[in-house]
Design a protein around this ligand. Structure first.
Ligand code: NAD
Length: 270
């Protein structure tokens, strides 16, 4: 026995690669009809072509989530093709490193526009449709940085914290319409974005290895491991879960003082 998403129309933003791509694939494998929204046309079309050749039901719609008009147009096109949206995964995101003294207005605004405005536009567009059809489900991809901070990531940390508040507000306001909303909070996941971040260092492989050791499970997460948590939250198996932040972090936030404690902090003999 297992849950299925047969025949449900799903929208995945940022579905061309990484966590979004894995999520779109898992949802389609569970029977959903998946609209992949992304601003990257080349990767989006390639990803969807791979899904289709694997027998999955998916279509690509070009969309920059930070532009309300593009979000509404992409949803309208997807609903024309697939019928009313019942599932939304708001995943599109990016990173611009900087701290309070160095982060530029342009980086700050771009980061908040994509993560926060993008999630607001997609969630609002989805919820209006879901309300009309008796309900639906929203999952937002937050981060461990929705709860904690890392240095030199001012705008990103701020945006990820905001997303958890947005999800909790949606959960409360939309419960009467049978719409659930939850957030997944991933640790470090091996995606093109993480590889890009690592590439900014002179020794990218060492950065990836260090990121892996930040988790209690002592390895990086894989995009599919986030995708499966998203699918569960979207499914009827999670029918009494709303407004939650589900850590998918390999135990990263469990240890007092972080994994540095296990590497030689007081009392840690491992
Ligand atoms: N990889 C990690 O370690 C990690 C950890 C925690 C949270 N996250 C979050 O997961 C989400 C996906 O991250 P990823 O690592 O898969 O990144 P990624 O860069 O590998 O993929 C992100 C996708 O989003 C798309 N995108 C970016 N901005 C967009 C926009 N304005 N409109 C439409 N599409 C846009 C990109 O084109 C890309 O296809 C992000 O929200 C990220 O913050 C990632």
């Amino acid at each position: 026995m297992g849950f299925r998403l047969d025949g449900k129309t799903a929208v995945v933003t940022g579905g061309a690669m990484g966590i979004g791509e894995a999520t779109a694939r898992v949802l389609a494998e569970l029977g959903a009809r998946v609209a992949v929204l992304d601003r990257d046309v080349q990767h989006g079309q390639k990803t969807v072509a791979e899904f289709v050749s694997a027998g999955l039901d998916a279509k690509f719609y070009v969309c920059d989530v930070s532009d309300r008009a593009q979000v509404e147009a992409a949803f309208a096109a997807a609903e024309k093709d697939y019928g009313p949206v019942k599932l939304l995964v708001s995943n599109a995101g990016m990173q611009r490193y900087g701290n309070l003294l160095t982060q530029t207005d342009a980086e700050w605004e771009e980061t908040l526009r994509i993560h926060v405005n993008g999630c607001f536009y997609a969630s609002q567009t989805a919820a209006k449709s879901m309300k009309q059809t008796g309900g639906g489900n929203i999952v937002v991809v937050g981060s461990v940085q929705s709860l904690t901070a890392v240095s030199n990531s001012l705008a990103y940390v701020t945006a990820k914290h905001a997303l958890l508040g947005l999800v909790r507000s949606i959960a409360l306001d939309c419960a009467p319409f049978n719409i659930r909303a939850n957030c997944v909070l991933p640790g470090a996941i091996l995606t093109p974005a993480l590889r890009w971040s690592a590439s900014l260092s002179p020794d990218p492989e060492k950065v990836l290895e260090t990121c892996g050791r930040m988790h209690a499970l002592r390895r990086l997460g894989q995009p599919e491991e986030v995708a499966r948590a998203v699918a569960f939250l979207l499914s009827d198996w999670a029918s009494f879960i709303t407004g939650a932040g589900l850590l998918v972090d390999g135990g990263m936030l469990v240890p007092t003082g972080g994994m540095g404690f296990a590497e030689g902090g007081t009392g840690a003999e491992v």
